[in-house]
Design a binder for this molecule. Structure first.
Ligand SMILES: Cc1cc2nc3c(=O)[nH]c(=O)nc-3n(C[C@H](O)[C@H](O)[C@H](O)COP(=O)(O)OP(=O)(O)OC[C@H]3O[C@@H](n4cnc5c(N)ncnc54)[C@H](O)[C@@H]3O)c2cc1C
Length: 490
């Protein structure tokens, strides 16, 4: 436990405990904590103060596994990159296989928003999004955080009907997470001349594609681009997960395998004979957004923070400007996004542009189409981005261990799928859930939230539901935090 705690601390962190027991002092010492004993309180002879040595003392913490192993991650989008980075940071050798390359599909998104999903304080989505945001900030690669991320808030136009209920819950929230801004305050916070009343929600603008590539550059990660995985098999003798291409050739193998290949995940499970009933289907929704020079967008010219209403607009962080090869002397914005259902004809650029303009109306100040508002057509230098989101109907990701064969020979397979339209919010959190499960560390989420995102959540809920007429009982503790009993459960 002290090793896991150390991993969450920065060098210089301070710790105090009433305990001066030898095992506690030894464990703290091994994890890199300087200590001193002081006179205790309330009749106790001694107490302990400790501080974490710098530099890099936290990396000396050892996991409960005797040694880090090897991992295979299928998918080099945000979900896969976050998992690879979380495992590599724990000393694992990670091979990432992707049919395209780093951020080669939907995670090529130039930039997007990650923010608190405001609701009642204890509501599941609010708790999950708070954790998601915390873990995203903790997972930022050192030294390049400022280029990847901008702002500490996302402003949501308050007049949206779906936010009406927020007023009832707002006073429960600490103002660092959620507060209501009058128009003048919203204008100052957003950098706009004219702004509506808005909810200030903790959040940031994130350079999605650049973050994904930065995660994949961590030491210990080997990226294999152009590697489409056709099937997975666990080699029973060696206990390794093996990935094969369409011709049956072995691409790579490792002790642990994480499927982070979005819509390709369920397909790959089926092709590998590892499908299991109960996993929520993933629905595909295409979406489009535009990168535009700020000075071509009249009313939004001064935008400094992410703003939302039906659609969103955000200033492009420096890393995204560099990745797109844009002029760093100019300011650039990204405006999105459409939701286009699979099976319907794709929207034209013009349709998408008009839809986004209409969705941003509360932030445009002037009437649509007028000089101060939204141009009638995308400016000629606008870059269009289109991608496909794969998500479950309940909009929660599928994260956890996969009870592949329900026997011990098929263990060590994990899913991080279904990021939908919130990949920036969920990826780092999902990666921590999986890495902590693999390493036997305390989970980053409470049990009910782990169950809410587990790929077999429907089955877990059914198990927990009382039979009609029966006295309600608390939900059974999930085995291995998920469903497949392992090592007698935890
Ligand atoms: C227009 C638009 C705007 C968006 N805005 C936001 C936003 O503001 N905030 C936010 O949080 N999210 C936003 N999103 C969603 C976000 O982009 C996604 O949630 C995220 O990129 C999903 O990441 P992923 O790693 O799950 O999937 P992907 O990025 O799709 O990565 C999956 C990878 O798996 C690979 N793969 C698949 N099958 C195989 C196989 N068999 N073998 C090998 N490789 C395979 C693919 O090549 C791909 O690289 C937006 C999306 C769109 C389209």
């Amino acid at each position: 436990m002290l090793q896991a705690l150390t991993r969450l601390c920065r060098p210089g962190a301070r710790l105090a405990t009433y305990s001066v027991a030898r095992p506690v002092c030894d464990a703290l010492g091994e994890a890199g904590w300087e200590q001193r004993k002081l006179p205790g309180y309330a009749g106790k002879a001694q107490r302990l103060q400790a501080w974490l040595r710098a530099p890099g003392a936290s990396s000396r913490a050892r996991s409960p596994r005797s040694a880090p192993g090897s991992a295979l991650v299928i998918g080099a989008g945000l979900a896969g990159a976050a998992c690879a980075q979380a495992l590599a940071g724990r000393g694992w050798q990670v091979r990432v296989l992707d049919e395209h390359g780093a951020a080669g599909a939907t995670s090529a998104l130039p930039a997007g928003l990650a923010h608190l999903r405001p609701a009642a304080l204890d509501e599941r989505l609010a708790r999950l999004s708070r954790s998601g945001l915390d873990w995203l900030r903790l997972a930022l690669p050192p030294h390049c955080g400022a280029a990847l991320l901008c702002g500490d808030a996302v402003l949501m136009a308050a007049q949206q009907p779906r936010l009406a209920a927020l007023h009832r819950h707002a006073q429960d929230w600490d103002a660092r997470w959620l507060r209501l801004l009058e128009p003048a305050q919203a204008a100052a916070a957003s950098g706009l001349a004219d702004a509506p009343r808005a909810w200030w929600t903790a959040g940031s603008v994130v350079a999605a594609g650049a973050l994904c590539r930065a995660w994949l550059r961590a030491e210990g990660i080997e990226l294999h681009a152009g590697s489409r995985v056709h099937a997975l098999r666990r080699d029973r003798a060696g206990g390794l997960w093996q990935a094969f291409d369409e011709q049956g050739a072995l691409l790579a193998q490792a002790q642990v395998c994480v499927l982070a290949c979005a819509a390709g995940g369920p397909q790959l499970l089926r092709a590998s004979g590892l499908d299991a009933p109960g996993i929520p289907p993933l629905h595909l929704q295409a979406g489009r957004g535009f990168v535009v020079a700020a000075d071509s967008l009249g009313a939004l010219r001064g935008l400094r923070a992410g703003v939302m209403s039906g659609c969103y607009a955000l200033p492009l962080p420096a890393a995204a400007v560099a990745a797109a090869g844009l002029d760093p002397e100019r300011r650039w914005l990204f405006a999105g996004a459409t939701y286009e259902h699979a099976g319907h004809p794709a929207w034209s650029q013009q349709q998408a542009w008009e839809h986004i303009g209409a969705g941003l109306r509360p932030w445009l100040g002037a009437e649509l189409g007028s000089a101060g508002g939204w141009p009638e057509h995308p400016p000629c230098q606008a870059l269009s981005f289109r991608g496909e989101r794969a998500g479950a109907a309940d909009r929660l990701p599928l994260v956890g261990d996969w009870p592949a064969g329900r026997d011990d020979t098929q263990r060590d397979l994990y899913l991080s799928l279904g990021m939908g339209s919130r990949g920036l919010l969920w990826s780092a959190l999902a990666a921590q859930c999986i890495a902590s499960e693999i390493e036997g560390e305390p989970a980053p989420l409470e049990d009910d939230l782990l169950q809410a995102v587990h790929p077999l959540r429907a089955a877990l809920r059914r198990r927990a539901a009382p039979a009609s007429g029966a006295t309600p009982r608390p939900a059974p503790a999930p085995a291995s935090r998920g469903i497949a009993p392992r090592d007698g459960g935890r």
